[in-house]
Design a protein around this ligand. Structure first.
Ligand code: PMP
Length: 381
């Protein structure tokens, strides 16, 4: 009632196109088995918790000052992490970070999108992408993925030629399907994008910035290399990563990307000053010191995922090949009934993706067992 009183008599000038829209986000329900937002099911160990607490306490003593605006130490440590994880050597100047990879990608759209420009992606894909476009007044264009959720290169190149986008968003592994793109696909798109962007003021074509969103990159199966290996040859390529998934730090809000320093200079223009708090920087640095321990969980989650894919297929269900920490399975004539049946049994999954499919994150072995038992009951098998 207080809020109503304050707005009574005033018509707030909400931007056209935002009327009636709901804020993005999955339901946050209090359910025993949470498999709906692709989190890492393992909380940080006591050692990690203590190290973060110490680092934050130290940072707290200096909170009267603004944080390091360019977060030099964190960028160096993220570069070192990528070197160990992917074998690609990068300098601190080739790393950018923000509060989640969502914010990193918003920075990309703020720098390269805008009125009269277009962003291109291929559906089904991550449902936040159109929101970055909407919020930066960028036209949103979706090409398609094939029936098996792979990307047809000819179709992708046709879309680039037809629309001359300034940004191309490629999730690999893709959410919600789990599909990783072969490196050759990314290369073909990057080659076409080199002069496939908007026509510049001088009449010559500019590049389209190609964003490979590797939020789930660490979960990729053997033989699927990271697009980080392509950075050297493509100055208009950006590879986004996050500490939210493999690193098990979704609550920290730390996402980052690797790209050429000239591209990162553009992102520095649009970021808010001091966007990464001293507390965030300290906690992220402390967590990164434990990377070996945290990365060990990735191996067991990948195994758990492969086991789950096999189990679902053995039950006659369709399952998309997954390089991520979740599986997309179906196809159900009434997926809402399956979703509800699982929820009634204490298991929350996500109703997302093409009609008939559901997505479940890979949990602990106990959570996977609970999911399987609930699904068997719901499907009556
Ligand atoms: N990209 C993809 C494909 C995602 O699924 C997510 C999270 N669901 C993100 C980016 C954003 O993650 P964060 O902001 O936590 O880094």
């Amino acid at each position: 009632p207080a809020a109503r009183r304050r707005t009574a008599g005033a018509r707030l000038p909400l931007r056209s196109g935002l009327e009636g829209l709901e804020p993005y986000g999955a339901p946050q329900l209090d359910v025993p088995v949470l498999l709906n937002v692709n989190e890492n099911p393992y909380p940080p160990s006591q050692a990690v918790v203590e190290d973060i607490a110490d680092a934050v306490a130290k940072a707290a003593g200096g909170l009267n000052r603004y944080p390091d605006r360019d977060f030099a130490e964190l960028r160096a440590e993220l570069a070192e992490y990528l070197r160990v994880e992917s074998g690609v050597t990068l300098s601190a100047g080739e790393i950018w970070a923000a509060n989640g990879s969502n914010e990193v990608m918003l920075h990309l759209l703020q720098a390269y999108g805008g009125p009269g420009r277009a962003a291109l992606s291929f559906a089904p894909t991550y449902s936040m992408y159109p929101e970055y476009a909407r919020d930066t007044i960028t036209e949103w264009i979706t090409g398609r993925r094939e029936e098996d959720f792979t990307l047809d290169v000819t179709h992708a190149l046709d879309q680039i030629a037809a629309h001359r986008p300034s940004v191309i968003l490629l999730a690999s592994p893709n959410n919600p399907t789990g599909t990783a793109l072969p490196l050759e696909t990314v290369e073909s798109i990057a080659d076409a994008a080199r002069d496939g962007g908007p026509i510049g003021p001088d009449g010559a074509p500019t590049a389209a910035v190609v964003v490979v969103d590797e939020a789930y990159g660490e979960f990729r199966r053997d033989g699927t290399p990271s697009a980080l290996t392509l950075l050297e040859r493509h100055p208009h390529l950006a590879v986004a990563r996050t500490m939210s998934k493999a690193f098990g730090m979704a609550g920290l809000r730390l996402g980052y990307l690797a790209a050429a320093p000239a591209l990162i200079d553009h992102l520095r223009i649009v970021r808010l000053p001091y966007h990464l708090s001293a507390v965030t920087q300290a906690a992220a640095l402390a967590a990164l010191r434990h990377r070996e321990e945290l990365m060990q969980q990735v191996a067991s989650l990948r195994e758990e995922r492969d086991g789950l894919v096999t189990w679902l297929r053995d039950r006659g269900l369709r399952v998309a090949d997954s390089d991520a920490n979740f599986v997309l399975f179906g196809v159900f004539p009434h997926r809402d009934q399956v979703w509800n049946g699982l929820l009634e049994r204490g298991v929350l999954v996500r109703e997302v993706g093409p009609a008939g499919w559901l997505r479940a994150s890979v949990g602990t072995p106990e959570e996977t067992a609970a999911f399987k038992a609930a699904l068997e009951e719901v499907l009556g098998s």
